[in-house]
Design a protein around this ligand. Structure first.
Ligand code: C2E
Ligand code: MG
Ligand code: MG
Ligand code: MG
Length: 293
């Protein structure tokens, strides 16, 4: 019988499961072994400064190379990892791997760039979160300013008081913070200004709507950009797929973008090639941290 709850519960296969539930049953069980078997990897999507067309940073995105099912996307296994709380250990691996890779790029002679990693809400519930992050940075010889943590607005707003405190600590360490998938959750404008994030990432659904050329979708993106700027936050557009979308974002003074128009997420090796090509040395961003009290 399948037990649904409990962090160490184990799901047992029974006949009558269809192929889809068999798959998630197997994934859920295999997730426990995936870390030690080294089946996860990170892919990297460049983030581009719209004004200078330079790569400012990359977002690290997890992939699972499953022995039976092949490459599995995070939308399928992250929810399973969150259910079983394995996300806490996986999240540590993601941060450490991103730091290790970034260090390796620097040792290969590249200018340092910032790497963004995604965090789930459970990671913020860990009492030793700050210590864990600090020791990963120390162990990998990573400066805090080389790391950005992306948190979705729904996670931040779930527990806004505690989150504000934690985010302030991270920011004061020198880590960059961004609010991911902005516009999809239930951001309260009242609280938005108290979260010490550096940037808002506009959810890709808003960017895709720009292609409909409806005045409403343009107004919506324009309003988000203005809101961010009035709060002294920089804006990153996600999911930019066309030149037209990019031009619209440039007109709105959006600072940065990610998307298939420039590149999908790529392997560490391919990203390294991008960096070697794009770095005729400087990778400064225009975005300067603002002091938070
Ligand atoms: P996200 O953080 O919002 O990441 C952006 C997603 O949009 C990525 O999907 C990326 O591949 C995709 N994307 C980028 N450019 C385009 C585009 O132009 N068009 C379209 N249609 N999509 C684009 P991916 O890699 O499948 O990741 C999905 C989500 O899984 C992420 O959304 C994030 O919420 C979560 N995720 C990924 N890696 C991790 C991780 O290490 N830890 C945690 N907790 N969550 C992760
Ligand atoms: Mg993200
Ligand atoms: Mg996003
Ligand atoms: Mg997302």
């Amino acid at each position: 019988r399948a037990k649904e709850h409990g962090r160490n519960s184990f799901k047992v296969f029974h006949s009558g499961m269809n192929i889809q539930s068999y798959r998630s049953f197997q994934l859920q069980n295999d997730l426990r072994k995936a870390l030690e078997r080294n089946e996860f990897k990170l892919v990297y999507q460049p983030r581009i400064h719209i004004g200078s067309s330079k790569i400012t940073s990359a977002e690290a995105l997890i992939r699972w190379d499953h022995p039976n099912w092949g490459m599995i996307l995070p939308s399928e296994f992250i929810p399973l990892a969150e259910e079983s709380n394995l996300i806490v250990e996986i999240g540590k691996w993601v941060l450490a791997e991103a730091c290790r890779q970034n260090k390796a790029w620097q040792e290969a002679g590249l200018e340092p760039i910032r790497i963004a990693v995604n965090f789930s809400s459970q990671q913020f519930l860990q009492k030793d979160l700050i210590e864990t992050i600090s020791s990963i940075l120390t162990d990998t010889g990573t400066a805090p300013g080389m790391i950005e943590i992306e948190i979705t607005e729904s996670v931040i707003f779930k527990n806004e008081l505690a989150m504000t405190q934690t985010l302030k600590k991270l920011r004061n360490m020198g880590i960059y913070l961004s609010m991911d998938d902005f516009g999809m959750g239930y951001s309260s404008l009242k609280y938005l200004r108290q979260f010490p994030v550096h940037s808002l990432k506009i959810d890709k659904s808003f960017i895709q709507d720009l292609s409909s050329r409806s005045p409403e979708s343009l107004s919506l993106v324009s309003a988000i950009v203005s809101l961010a700027h009035s709060l002294k936050l920089s804006v990153v557009a996600e999911g930019v797929e066309t030149e037209e979308q990019l031009n619209q974002l440039r007109d709105l003074d959006c600072e940065e973008f990610q998307g298939y128009y420039f590149s999908p997420p790529v392997s560490a090796n391919e990203f390294e090639d991008f960096l070697f090509k794009s770095q005729d040395k400087a990778v400064e961003t225009n975005i300067k941290p603002i002091a938070y009290k």
